[in-house]
Design a protein around this ligand. Structure first.
Ligand SMILES: Cc1ncc(COP(=O)(O)O)c(C=O)c1O
Length: 456
């Protein structure tokens, strides 16, 4: 790892230009005003800012760097590919070698008969692609009325206009209204309502079926959903039987089932893909983030030969989509090296094993009455705080207890993500037991500090 030493003047200049000449993704103006951070290096589960401060990253660089930073195997794969050819597009009738190799590898690790890849640059694009695949499939197979898309409230699917429109958080699209047409929001099972758990989320399934009947199945192309909703929703685990019932509904009404595994895919739940925990296979799966371990941008929508073959027959039948850099050879070479590390180090099983340990350690925090709920699996966990667990009382949002805990962790050398009063923990799969212990003890110290500070 190379950690550049910056002079005070260089640091000031970097921050000044960053603040003036960049619009930060999902910017937080309050935090930007307080203390903008500039990162300069990474090693394993740690990252370093331009002041040389070291942070344990419990959010794995936005849930990407599953095998840690600065892996020589991945750096070698990048150089090896650059030595051959930096770029040639996957365009028209052309492929690059690593792109084909990656497609083969993905067809081996994907569940069921998901074997055909369309490569893009990001998760949002992968989801847009999945919707386009579904819509063009029905358009081409004589069911042109099937164009609507169902997604679920409280699920995030991306930042582009359609992906944002399908995301169940109004703040993402209210300024875009009217959003894309033909879009429907269904409810998801509520983890916190016991009845929903007991009957496998039947209430939301009935709502979904009623919606399909009301709208007309012959108008609906796809249902896009995350088998385990992401960090914004606090990783609620689906009730037993729910995913299979969704699969059955889609089969019954001839609707494509798209699983967005951009956050949950690639080992983090203790299986290659979260849906494998319940043995349910969609028609299309979308992956990005950890696909390259954070070393390069890449996304992919993977579908079946049966679906893909509709686009591979006569001239004019082709799938009408493409981007210049989608499936960049360097990104594909990186993904292959990342998968090789995962296989060699048995990281999928390691996520399952570490997950059991993390769960047991986090459960010990229930000794504090402000810790109200723990959800997640493998390497993705959400710890919800409340005023009083027994009485089911929420914290006053004005106190900003979650932000206080996050800031405490940052000030003590650890990156922690919070969504209001929910603490989100999604570290690299390679995080060691000793690092997990540091992570949990820092969270505990932060909770104790918050209890004292706010008199909770
Ligand atoms: C579940 C889910 N879907 C889609 C996306 C969008 O991916 P990207 O940010 O790569 O466009 C994300 C990103 O956080 C995600 O978590």
């Amino acid at each position: 790892m190379k950690l550049t030493k910056f002079t005070e003047q260089e640091k000031q200049e970097l921050i000044k230009v960053g603040l003036e000449n960049v619009i930060t993704h999902w910017a937080d103006n309050d935090d930007l005003r307080k203390e903008p951070k500039v990162f300069a290096a990474g090693e394993g589960c740690y990252v370093y800012d331009i002041n040389g401060r070291k942070y344990l990253d419990t959010f794995s660089s936005l849930i990407t760097s599953i095998c840690g930073h600065n892996r020589p195997e991945i750096k070698e794969a990048v150089i090896a590919q650059l030595d051959k050819i930096a770029f040639f597009p996957n365009y028209h009738d052309s492929f690059s070698v690593p792109l084909i190799q990656l497609a083969k590898k993905l067809s081996e690790i994907m569940p069921g008969d998901l074997e055909v890849s369309f490569f893009v640059n990001s998760g949002s694009e992968a989801n847009e692609t999945a919707i386009k695949l579904a819509r063009q499939y029905f358009w081409q197979t004589g069911k042109r009325g099937k164009y609507k898309v169902i997604s679920r409230k409280n699920s995030y699917h991306g930042t582009t206009i359609a992906a944002a429109s399908y995301s169940g958080f109004p703040s993402l699209w209210e300024f875009l209204d009217p959003t894309v047409s033909g879009h429907l929001f269904a409810t998801a099972p509520n983890r916190e309502i016991e009845a929903d758990q007991k009957d496998g989320g039947q209430a939301s399934l009935s709502d979904m079926e009623e919606m399909i009947i009301r709208e007309g199945a012959d108008t609906i192309a796809a249902l896009i959903m995350d088998p385990v909703p992401g960090s914004n929703s606090g990783y609620p685990i689906p009730p037993d039987g729910y995913l299979q019932k969704v699969r059955d509904l889609c089969n019954k009404y001839d609707i494509f089932l798209i699983f967005d595994e951009i956050q949950t895919g690639f080992g983090k739940t203790g299986k290659w893909f979260a849906c494998q925990n319940w043995g349910v296979t969609p028609d299309i799966i979308t992956v990005s983030k950890a696909l390259t371990g954070g070393y390069a941008p890449l996304g992919v929508a993977v579908t079946t030969k049966k679906i893909a073959n509709v686009f591979k027959q006569e001239a004019g039948a082709e799938f009408r989509s493409g981007s210049t850099y989608g499936g960049h050879p360097v990104s594909c070479a990186v993904a292959l090296a990342n998968i090789q590390i995962m296989e060699k180090e048995n990281l999928v099983q390691r996520a399952a094993d570490s997950g059991k340990y993390i769960k047991a350690e986090l459960e010990k925090l229930f000794k504090y009455k402000v810790v109200s709920r723990l959800q997640g699996m493998g390497m993705i966990w959400a710890l919800k705080l409340g005023a009083d667990r027994e009485k089911n009382v929420d914290l006053d949002p004005k106190l900003k207890v979650g932000a206080f805990i996050r800031d405490y962790c940052w000030n003590n050398g650890m990156i922690l993500r919070n969504n209001a009063e929910t603490l989100v923990i999604a570290p690299a799969i390679v995080m060691t037991k000793a690092e997990i212990d540091i992570m949990i003890s820092t969270i505990e110290k932060a909770i104790v500090a918050a209890i004292k500070h706010f008199g909770l």
